[in-house]
Ligand binder design. Structure first.
Ligand code: NAI
Length: 258
């Protein structure tokens, strides 16, 4: 029987590539995005997340085989915290019962190599506490302190920690739900276009995210990794952050850190 897989951010980039691959392998994809998807909802707000969860529930008939959260933003500010962190954690949590009802349920989140870079520990802590109001207030402070560059790493580090905390908490692994994340390096999508198209920025990015294995990635490369994480074949991997980054993480952190 066809598996029902919900994909957020399905209208662009990695989410779009994944939706195409899943459709080609016979899955029924329920795309979620601001526009141009089966379920149109704004994952930056609690109401939008509820709408997204309701729309997915309706289309999957109460049994959700997999959920992949690709929706994200790169512009520092409140939206980044709301979409990148809470847009994943609240949606995944809301759909836990529908996932638990499936035979081989799987969840894939999208982190980033940036999750290994310097972050703002107070933003990370507020996210992990589930306190969106505090996280948003701290995001304002971080921007005001001229440390806006720490926000994206903060959302992605918090997300990676949430995946690791949640995957073995009651109701997840013991319900057969595998929960993992990918952490891409630089992926050639609309999100990164402005950076890689600018010769000066490109050099900065090459230094910050060195990718000796095959350079900057096509979105399909990350989608293939997600496709395996949420496949029935993934019977025993959970709580892992899988770097799909052309060797950036190992170059930056060295062989001892794993
Ligand atoms: P993209 O910009 O091509 O696609 C992101 C999608 O998320 C868009 O369709 C957008 O409409 C949707 N989205 C944004 N805000 C939303 C909201 N409030 N509600 C619902 N949908 C919303 O970006 P890309 O590159 O495909 O990014 C996907 C994920 O990969 C993001 O989480 C991003 O942080 C992550 N990532 C991307 C990298 C890159 O170099 N492109 C590198 C590392 C991680």
């Amino acid at each position: 029987m066809t598996r029902h897989v919900a994909v957020t951010g399905a209208a662009s980039g990695i989410g779009r590539a994944l939706a195409a691959q899943l459709t080609a392998r016979g899955d029924t994809v329920i795309g979620v995005d601001l526009a141009g998807a089966e379920v149109c909802a704004d994952l930056s707000t609690p109401e939008g997340r509820r709408e997204a969860a309701d729309g997915i529930r309706e289309r999957c008939g109460g049994v959700l085989d997999a959920l992949v959260t690709c929706a994200g933003v790169a512009k520092p500010g409140r939206l980044m915290v709301s979409v990148n962190y809470f847009g994943t954690t609240e949606l995944v949590t809301a759909l836990r019962p529908e996932l638990a009802a499936a035979e081989q349920p799987r969840v894939g989140a999208v982190g980033s190599i940036s999750g290994t870079q310097p972050n703002d520990p107070r933003t990370v802590a507020a996210c992990l506490a589930g306190d969106e109001a505090a996280a948003l207030a701290r995001a304002d402070e971080v921007v005001a302190l001229d440390e806006a560059q720490k926000l994206y790493p903060s959302t992605k580090a918090a997300l990676a920690q949430w995946v690791r905390r949640t995957c073995v908490a009651p109701g997840w692994a013991d319900a057969g739900i595998a929960l993992n994340a990918v952490a891409p390096g630089v992926v050639l999508t609309p999100m990164s276009a402005a950076l890689v198209d600018d010769e000066r920025m490109l050099e900065v990015i090459r230094q910050a995210v060195p990718m000796p294995l095959n350079g900057h990635a096509a979105p399909e490369a990350v989608a293939h990794a997600l496709g395996w994480l949420i496949a029935p074949e993934n019977t025993h991997m959970t709580g892992q952050v899988v770097y799909v980054d052309g060797g950036a993480e190992v170059t930056l952190r060295g062989p001892e850190d794993f």
